[in-house]
Design a protein around this ligand. Structure first.
Ligand code: TXE
Length: 499
């Protein structure tokens, strides 16, 4: 397939499905792939209709059934997974570039964060595979009761546009480590880096068919994938509305689901906090990754005694953030991923005003950078937690600050949300911290630290932030089923019937 050169790395002119180790059809419904930095079309996505999804699932099923991957010795699978990680390291700049051109995430964040994380996902699960033990119960007289873990089969892995390769690669690594095959469907907005990654998987020695890729819109390609009768389980990261549709379809087929959805996470700053550090972290918490992250601390709850100091420092720094091309190594905030998303984010400025919130900074597109999809880092001070900007996930560089007076009030506000993904707490007062741990209802709590993830630990939310956990042992539990084997140590006596 012909390719065009952009700043040193090739970008495929067409992104199609990748099945059985090869790119597929060249014709079909086309969608533009756009560089959000200047709205330029840089590639074309050729959508996989249902028959191509069927081919991808059948290929993954055949790979699973004939055991070309799952029956390989653990050491062999580990070696291939480590090789994947090495290839990602070797192609770090290329993968970062493709992701940057496609998502608008600043290049430096990709080079230092998401792409090394992609390699780590594979190294981590390769090592995990070598460590985990099966279970044995020896208490039943005359028996060993073995509890074995077996791969579930074919996994559908559906990814979002805000961290396309880092998240999809975590799902792939978890799925194939334990012997599953999979079919990935990245967001139609950001197909480039995941597509290139498919080639690296094959180069590393993952047998063709074990990981297939289909590209296309959720309502076409995604729905066909989730509903396919030969798909055994579904892992999804994306929005809550989409998750409702997916869970209805997966429920029909009784398929296990892992849903990692959005959030409106509370970042609670108590008067006992180190305020400078809390401001640093609050900025990272809402503005990193262009504000498009499920973990964002997008509701910043600040104790009224330190509100003025906090707001002044936060808004002053937000105004100074360097907005620019995501390719520029100095850029701190790049464009939003696509035009319709920017319009949606911008719409929240009027919504905030209508609810009586005060605009502290930002609030408009960056005219000098048009036609790119840039939006100024924005912060509003809400009157209270009933404002829509406190209740709805905006998923952009848009912080909502909410004052509180007492600890009780802070926890009441933090938990008064449809979502329950994560939370952050800032306090140097130990009893406050300890109380926070038990009061906050969310899948994860960070204390006096910005977001850091430990892949050994479960990650996921509650309420509208989803259910199911991935990471370490949780991934193992999700991507395997338990098979119990009763193994007699001596021939058991068998009652003789029908004599
Ligand atoms: O994502 P979608 P959207 C939140 C965020 C954002 C909102 C909507 O608030 O503004 O969700 O984002 C595929 N069957 N998050 O609509 O639709 C789709 O093609 C199967 C939070 O852009 O959830 C893509 O691959 N698949 C979040 C994936 O689902 C379907 C990350 C995610 O897209 C489908 C992204 C269907 N019926 C958005 N419909 C996070 N947790 O970080 C869509 N898809």
């Amino acid at each position: 397939m012909s390719q065009s050169m952009q700043a040193g790395f090739p970008i495929r002119e067409q992104v199609t499905s990748f099945i059985e180790g090869r790119y597929t059809r060249l014709a079909g419904h086309e969608l533009p792939v756009v560089f959000p930095g200047d709205a330029r079309r840089i590639s074309t996505l050729v959508e996989a209709p249902a028959d191509e999804v069927d081919a991808a699932v059948r290929s993954a099923r055949a790979a699973f059934e004939d055991g070309r991957w799952r029956r390989q010795p653990v050491e062999a699978r580990q070696a291939v997974m480590r090789k994947v990680a090495d290839l990602v390291d070797q192609h770090r700049d290329e993968l970062a570039y493709l992701e940057c051109m496609n998502s608008g995430i600043p290049m430096r964040h990709l080079q230092k964060g998401q792409i090394p994380r992609t390699a780590y996902n594979f190294r981590f699960f390769a090592e995990f595979l070598g460590q985990h033990a099966e279970k044995l119960h020896g208490q039943t007289d005359g028996y060993l009761t073995l509890v074995l873990r077996e791969p579930v089969g074919v996994a559908a892995l559906i990814g979002p546009w805000n961290a396309p390769l880092a998240l999809t690669s975590m799902k792939i690594a978890g799925a194939i480590a334990f012997g599953n095959s999979c079919v990935c469907k990245p967001s139609e907005v950001t197909p480039l880096a995941v597509a290139r990654f498919m080639e690296l998987l094959v180069e590393a020695g993952v047998p063709p068919g074990v990981v297939n890729l289909v590209n296309g819109r959720g309502g076409v390609t995604g729905e066909a994938l989730v509903a396919h009768p030969q798909v055994d389980l579904v892992s999804f990261t994306g929005g809550t509305q989409t998750a409702r549709r997916i869970s209805a379809s997966a429920g029909e087929g009784l398929k296990p689901l892992s849903l990692e959805l959005g959030g409106k996470s509370a970042n609670i700053v108590f008067e006992s906090a180190d305020l400078d550090r809390a401001v640093d972290a609050a900025l990272v918490g809402i503005f990193s990754n262009n504000g498009q992250q499920c973990l964002a601390g997008s509701r910043i709850l600040v104790q009224r005694t330190v509100l003025e100091r906090f707001v002044e420092a936060f808004a002053q720094r937000a105004r100074k953030l360097r907005i620019g091309s995501p390719l520029d190594p100095a850029t701190e905030i790049g464009p939003l991923a696509f035009q319709a998303h920017r319009q949606r984010v911008a719409g929240y400025v009027d919504i905030a005003r209508a609810d009586g919130a005060q605009l502290l900074c930002g609030g408009a597109p960056v005219e000098a950078l048009e036609p790119g999809f840039y939006f100024q880092p924005t912060a509003v001070l809400a009157r209270d937690n009933t404002a829509r900007v406190c209740r709805e996930e905006i998923f952009g560089p848009f912080a909502t600050i909410v004052p509180f007076d007492t600890q009780d009030e802070a926890y009441a506000i933090a938990n008064d949300s449809e979502f329950g993904l994560v939370s952050y707490v800032w306090s140097d007062h130990q009893p406050t911290v300890m109380r926070a741990l038990s009061e906050i209802r969310a899948g994860m709590v960070w204390i006096n630290t910005p977001m850091t993830r430990d892949l050994r630990a479960p990650f996921g939310g509650i309420k509208a932030s989803g259910y199911g956990r991935e990471g370490g042992e949780s991934s193992m539990k999700f991507y395997t089923f338990e098979k119990t084997v009763m193994l007699p140590t001596v021939p058991p006596s068998i009652p003789r019937m029908g004599i």
